[in-house]
Design a protein around this ligand. Sequence first.
Ligand code: ATP
Length: 343
Amino acid sequence: GRVIFSGIQPTGILHLGNYLGAISNWVKLQNEALPNDEILFTIVGWHALTLPQNPQQLSASRRDMLATLLAFGIDPKRSVVFYQEDNLCHVELSWILSCITPLGQLRRMTTWKSRLAAKRNANDESEVDESMLNAGLFTYPVLQAADILAYKATHVPVGEDQTQHVELTRDIADAFNRTFDPEKKFFPLPDVLITPNRRVRSLKDPSSKMSKSSPDSSSRIMLTDTFSQIDKKIRGAVTDSIQGITYDPVNRPGTSNLLSILSACEGVDVEEVARRYEGKGHGALKKDASEALEGLLKVPRAEFERLRLDQTYLNAVAKEGAAKAKERSQTTMERVRTMIGLY
Ligand code: ATP
């Protein structure tokens, strides 16, 4: 069977892009998994520490993230759902792997390079200054490799921005195998699991993605938005002044974004949805998109609001998830310790 593993940062309340681009794919994978597939989803608190965090806020955000996963369809009976920081194996393995990972390979990560570039621009310096960034940001991909390898995961569903990290994980796994395993096959080399790429665009600037960090909150639909909030944001969405409705993401990104949101809500091909609106206007499309979103979000939104108040239940789920995660990584870690000579 496959071992499917993925993680998400504890960012609290998610937006529609996070749901359609990540969580809904996890739910689909879980629901379509074969009986002998193993599925693990983790909320990666240690990764979150690479950026400054307010401890109270972080603590609330991780609980909200767990409540979100459960409300939107992750089933703890079918998937192992846990907080990364509840299984110390991740940091132990991360340290071990960091000792066989060349610095040069980490410097080549585009995530690191873009962090450096951001610093450089912010300070208007021609020289890149690494001293402005913390070591955790640099070694982040090694921790990610440890997350994956601790469970000998074979398939990792991630967004495009993370595929380079999975490739690095393969290199690190291979380095470990060649260094410590006479048979050179201890860690399987994980594959990226390509999931349908549904990029949701900003409602205010359809040339960029819907994002939590945009200062304009009307550019994104939050999973907790009420119908009236959804409707207001969709009605205010930027489209174009071209007559009629067509699906043309290059020339009509705003209109196409609404079509693709509607198509995702209905589970119908976007071209087919577009044909229904050929002779209609943006008003009709927006009205239907709002209603379809309400249909998608209504039940899980209520479930989320119920779950986030039920700390006893959330703690019980997290505890059970952590126990299962530890059990699954235990044998691997004992073998690793033996292989490296620290057992
Ligand atoms: P940021 O504002 O920093 O971009 P974000 O919450 O918008 O944050 P990430 O934290 O980078 O996005 O992403 C979390 C997950 O959600 C990733 O799997 C990412 O691919 C997915 N995701 C984020 N935004 C979108 C989007 N607009 N459309 C589709 N998927 C998205």
